[in-house]
Design a protein around this ligand. Sequence first.
Ligand code: HEM
Ligand code: HEM
Length: 127
Amino acid sequence: MSRYFLLLAFGFATLGLVLGLYMGIRQNHGQLVTHAHIMLVGFVLTLVYALCHRLWLGKPPAWLAKTQLAVHLMASLVFLSALFMLYAQWYSEDILGPVLGLSGIGVLLALLLMFWMLFRHPAMPSE
Ligand code: HEM
Ligand code: HEM
């Protein structure tokens, strides 16, 4: 699992840095919020999940770990795409607001699932 999260984190980092460089080159910081969240929700949070699997999680049920990964992946992709579309002014806030709200709740839900797994299935001291 930690490897999936690690590869995903670096995928997001690539996207986020390309967007950051694009903003710098174009001298147009309109996508600042999208860049910041791709780096923080996409890269940093995903990397933290990789470390959780590597260092602090014991053996949570496979279905639970897979569900947490799926919820985090789906919610982050929707959340970050909706942010990009909002700041690119492709669609109005009326349309994207509920999408951002629901996907944001999805990101939070995945965080709570990880919290639960860390609480219920900690690594043994020798692991
Ligand atoms: C190639 C590397 C990067 C480039 C070219 C880049 C570029 C930018 C630019 C142009 C802005 C907008 C600044 C503004 O308008 O005030 C920005 C903001 C930001 N970047 Fe990056 N960035 C890079 C790497 C990173 C990394 C590695 C992270 C975090 C892990 C990060 C997190 C942020 C955050 C949180 C903001 C928002 C700061 C604020 O609210 O003022 N960036 N970046
Ligand atoms: C689903 C989860 C999240 C939601 C709904 C959310 C929402 C927001 C909103 C509405 C803003 C203000 C944007 C603006 O200036 O117009 C913001 C800014 C910010 N958020 Fe988040 N956020 C989320 C997750 C995170 C996470 C996980 C981090 C850090 C690990 C983070 C770090 C920041 C930072 C540094 C800023 C200020 C930079 C900026 O202006 O973009 N956020 N967030």
